[in-house]
Design a binder for this molecule. Structure first.
Ligand code: GLV
Length: 320
């Protein structure tokens, strides 16, 4: 029986699968576990099942001890974990790819529609009981048919977003480290371009790359200036990929038409300038927030933990 520390509340089915074999110390509140509590709890753990709200850094690894075998993140992004420190200590890191692809792509598509069709703004009018009437020129948005969607980071979620956008009649361009398979490009009608080309050609830019040192503020003032004045920016990946202050200024100065954000630089804080802007759609990190997806994410992380503790290979290692 190994000690497993679960850093946040996860669906019962995943917890039960861990508890049926091991000793599990699980945080059972909806709010994130305080740091001091985390540092106490991880002592002696063989596996940490982490949520993206907990930073698993060198201090946590050292506190835990040399018996620590793995950190199994309940997320596809794992920028909350110091992967290099884990590698050095031979601690496996796993994530949950695949199971949240559709849910996150749905949210990206929703934000594309919300921004271009001014849906949040319209909803505020009704809720605030402001006067309104159907009018030929009332609250007009922008149609997305035959417009260009630029995808930054064409991984699984980028591809799923492209497929959705394609069915809405959008043309797809993309940028990523390597060009993708020609057949896949053809099926999406997607064209590989540089980041600069993507920024200047897109009517909507949607971010789907992982967050790392290399992608920190990938979209900052200079990049926003390269976008069309009529273009929209959507981010369902990680907040710090975008310089939020620069984005707020670009929206205030109408350098771009709008933005749809699911993620923020300093979650749960949101840059206060954004709060009063009608051309910003702001939702609270809901990319993977469906019952089905969160259950699948937690059971995937639990399966990784169980396999590793059996001495088997991890199912979803972030490196091999
Ligand atoms: C959610 O944001 C995830 O990375 O899984």
């Amino acid at each position: 029986m190994a000690k497993i520390v679960v850093t946040g509340k996860i669906p019962q089915v995943a917890l039960d699968s861990l508890k049926s074999v091991h000793e599990v110390l699980a945080w059972d509140k909806e709010t994130p576990m305080p740091r001091e509590e985390l540092l106490k709890r991880v002592i002696g753990a063989e596996v940490i099942v982490s949520l993206l709200t907990e930073k698993i850094d060198e201090e946590v690894l050292n506190k835990s001890g040399s018996q620590l075998k793995a950190v199994c993140n309940v997320a596809v992004g794992y920028n909350n974990i110091d992967v290099n420190a884990c590698k050095e200590k031979n601690i496996m890191v796993t994530n949950t790819p695949g199971v949240l692809t559709d849910a996150t792509a749905d949210i990206a598509m929703a934000l594309i529609l919300m921004t271009t069709r001014r849906l949040a703004e319209g909803e505020r009018v009704i809720r605030n009981q402001e006067p309104w009437a159907w009018g030929m020129f009332y609250m007009l948005g922008t149609g997305i048919q035959n417009r260009t969607l630029g995808i930054i980071g064409m991984g699984q979620i980028g591809i799923a977003t492209a497929q959705r956008a394609q069915s809405f009649g959008m043309n797809i361009i993309y940028t990523r480290r390597n060009r993708m398979d020609e057949k896949l490009e053809q099926s999406l009608g997607a064209k590989f371009v540089t980041l600069d080309e993507l920024l200047s050609l897109s009517d909507v830019v949607s971010i789907h790359c992982p967050y790392s040192k290399e992608t920190h503020h990938l979209i900052a003032e200079a990049q926003l200036k390269k976008m069309k004045k009529s273009a929209y920016l959507v981010n369902t990946a990680r907040g710090p990929i975008v310089d939020e202050e620069a984005l707020a200024n670009a929206l205030i100065n109408k350098e771009i038409a709008g933005a749809g954000l699911d993620v923020y630089e300093n979650e749960p804080t949101v840059n206060s300038k954004l709060l009063s802007l009608d051309n910003a759609v702001l939702i609270p990190h809901l990319g993977s927030a469906t019952v089905e997806t969160r259950t699948a994410m937690a059971t995937t992380a639990a399966s990784n933990a169980l396999e590793i503790l059996k001495g088997n290979k991890a199912l979803n290692p972030v490196w091999s």
